[in-house]
Design a protein around this ligand. Sequence first.
Ligand code: FMN
Length: 157
Amino acid sequence: MPVEKAEFRQALGHFAAAVTVVTLVRDDDVPAGITVTAFSSLSLEPPLALVCIDKRARLHDQFQIERSFAVNILADDQEGVSRRFAQSEPDQFREIGWNPGPMGAPLIQGTICSIECRVVDLLPGGDHTIIVGEVESTRIREGKPLLYFRGGYAALK
Ligand SMILES: Cc1cc2nc3c(=O)[nH]c(=O)nc-3n(C[C@H](O)[C@H](O)[C@H](O)COP(=O)(O)O)c2cc1C
């Protein structure tokens, strides 16, 4: 018997995760993003990383083979950025600085790291899709990460 949803959620909340915003340029050329904690490195050779995207998320269908996306690892003063990209709104990047990465995916300013990838695989994962990306470029900066722990934002001491 699988565990109840609420119990699973509560248990998962004990896994402190860095908060990222995964960005891409949509089919209609509009930059967009989604707040994601389900990010992981996957392989060193070749350099692969993955994110898990809810099938119901508005951006889900935009993750297509060969498309570039960026994983922007937020700094501890970017809780507002996390909240912004966890909602659907028409002008997501309003007052948020960004510039296109070498492959064109939006790199958000002020993050501690941005990792630009190209989608190489889409794998089934229950109600999510596992998006596998080959890493094409990285950008790092000083600073501490924004964390999510037991249903709330947290920071390293
Ligand atoms: C801290 C945090 C972490 C999240 N992590 C994920 C995630 O890993 N994968 C995902 O698909 N959605 C994740 N979400 C939910 C999305 O950011 C978004 O809220 C959801 O897709 C609903 O918006 P939409 O329907 O407009 O896409 C997370 C939200 C928050 C606040």
